[in-house]
Design a protein around this ligand. Structure first.
Ligand code: TXA
Ligand code: MG
Length: 324
């Protein structure tokens, strides 16, 4: 497995991109940073390559994957994008938005990547490493988050290596994924666009471009993308949401210093001391992993506002708190 260290980690750069592109074309697995979280990539046009993703993640079933493309033109070769879908793509691509649409006749994304559906999920990521890798591969890259099934999504190369390192041919280390939560998924399959998963792009921004409210409440109880089980984002520790103070034996996941203000014994990590939702989203999975690594058994989580990126943060927290 090459020149670099045993797990196949390489710092982002021309050499790593070129090698990654070659591995993908040959049917291997490459983990890479996007602006949301790290993805576990394979050639989206090859069922044999995509099958390796499911095996590496230990996914219990075949859930459809997002195909990452370079731009709108590439997306239009894969899906029938309606005028409204195109408006969103023009406004937010490259960026943390995934569009689900009917697949185009002659599209190249294989059936296994689509889990047999007649629709396909597409995203043009903005992270330069991801864009360069897509171009180097010369085809769409299927990529779920690069974690073992059931773990929180990785935002650093170290998370990826710890979770699935030995099963990946190359991990491209591009530092921290800056948004820290997954892309927002919008489906254009019925009469009206539907929010399948709240994410790093706020609902309000999408609705402004669409000029209409999105269907789908997007919370943990709502209709979700297939494969988004309640405990999908589960950390080890038990979470108590909307907590106003620390109880005995609890660690704290704070927002805006609210828990710290009330005092208490346990360690507290503040998602954003200045109560900034983008900063909180960026820190969420990192801090959940830190609390687990520190051996926390129970965690009190401060209330997080529901608007903007708070919708995605609260969604992931409810999933993380759901019984396993
Ligand atoms: O930010 C992200 O979206 C990251 C990075 C790597 O791009 N990827 C990611 O992938 O979060 P994953 O596999 O963890 O989540 C993809 C979600 C799944 O919940 C899946 O069910 C949904 O997208 N999905 C994919 N294709 C779909 C389809 N045709 N219809 C409905 N949902 C679909
Ligand atoms: Mg995932």
């Amino acid at each position: 497995r090459g020149e670099d260290d045993a797990a196949g980690r390489a710092p982002a750069g021309e050499e790593a991109i070129e090698r990654g592109g070659r591995i993908l074309r040959e049917g291997g697995l490459v983990a890479f940073p996007t602006e949301t979280v790290y993805g576990l990539g394979a050639d989206a046009t090859s069922a044999a390559a995509v099958a390796k993703i499911y095996a590496a993640k230990g996914r219990p079933s075949f859930n459809p994957l997002i195909a990452h493309v370079a731009d709108i033109d590439a997306a239009r070769r894969e899906a029938e994008l309606s005028p409204a879908a195109l408006r969103l793509a023009e406004a937010f691509w490259p960026g943390p938005l995934t569009l689900v649409a009917p697949r185009a006749a002659g599209g190249s994304v294989c059936e296994l990547a689509r889990a047999g559906l007649e629709s396909v999920a597409l995203r043009a990521p903005s992270a330069p490493v991801a864009r360069a890798l897509i171009l180097a591969a010369g085809r769409p890259i299927a990529a779920p988050s690069a974690n073992r099934s059931g773990h929180v999504s990785p935002v650093t190369a170290a998370h990826v290596l710890g979770d699935i390192g030995p099963r990946v041919d190359l991990v491209i280390d591009g530092g921290r994924a800056d948004k820290g939560v997954e892309s927002t998924i919008v489906a254009f399959l019925g009469a009206r666009p539907r929010l399948l998963r709240p994410g790093a792009l706020a609902r309000e921004a999408l609705e402004q471009v669409l000029g209409a409210p999105l269907e789908g409440e997007g919370g943990a109880a709502a209709v979700v993308a297939p494969g988004m089980t309640a405990s999908h984002y589960a950390p080890m520790a038990r979470l108590r949401l909307e907590a106003e103070e620390l109880r005995a034996g609890e660690a704290g996941l704070d927002f805006g210093g609210r828990l710290a203000e009330r005092g208490g014994e346990g360690p507290i990590l503040d998602l954003s001391p200045s109560a900034d939702l983008a900063e909180a989203a960026a820190n969420l999975f990192l801090y959940l992993r830190e609390l687990d690594a520190g051996g926390a058994r129970a965690v009190a989580v401060a209330p997080i506002p529901a608007h903007g990126l708070g919708e995605a943060i609260n969604d992931r927290l409810r999933r993380a708190a759901a019984p396993k």
